[in-house]
Design a protein around this ligand. Structure first.
Ligand SMILES: [Zn+2]
Length: 128
């Protein structure tokens, strides 16, 4: 099965665990598997514009570059079984708040890191 090629956004607001803040991060390099095209399974390395440390995400967690404007559109309702992308806006019914997905916590279950407008920084489960 072949996946279509994929290019993620060049810049995103990410939670930097070294700075412990949300900092603009830039795409540093794309790491594809042996001779493969870049796709959603590839790893993309971003660096924090403040501390310059790097962190990796897979394509599955990133907005495609042609879709960067999606970040400024309507927030998507938060539902724990859904998968969210870094840079996406979500709305949370119980908190009555909207937030920006700024990172991922690769545990079981997986969690998204969200900066809410009123409720502040939260971790929410996804993909359950
Ligand atoms: Zn940093």
């Amino acid at each position: 099965m072949s996946s279509p090629s994929f290019a993620p956004v060049d810049e995103l607001n990410a939670y930097c665990r070294f700075c412990q803040k949300i900092i603009p991060a830039h795409l540093d390099r794309s790491i594809a598997g042996n001779g493969r095209l870049l796709d959603k399974e590839s790893t993309f390395e971003y660096f924090c514009t403040k501390c310059r440390k790097t962190f990796c995400y897979t394509g599955k967690d990133l907005l495609p570059s042609e879709d960067a404007s999606k970040a400024s559109t309507e927030p998507r309702d938060y539902v724990p079984k859904n998968h969210y992308l870094i840079g996406e806006k979500i709305s949370h019914k119980k908190f009555k708040d909207t937030g920006l997905v700024v990172g991922k916590d690769r545990g079981v279950p997986a969690r998204i890191l969200v900066q809410f407008e009123k409720s502040g920084f939260k971790k929410l489960v996804e993909d359950i």
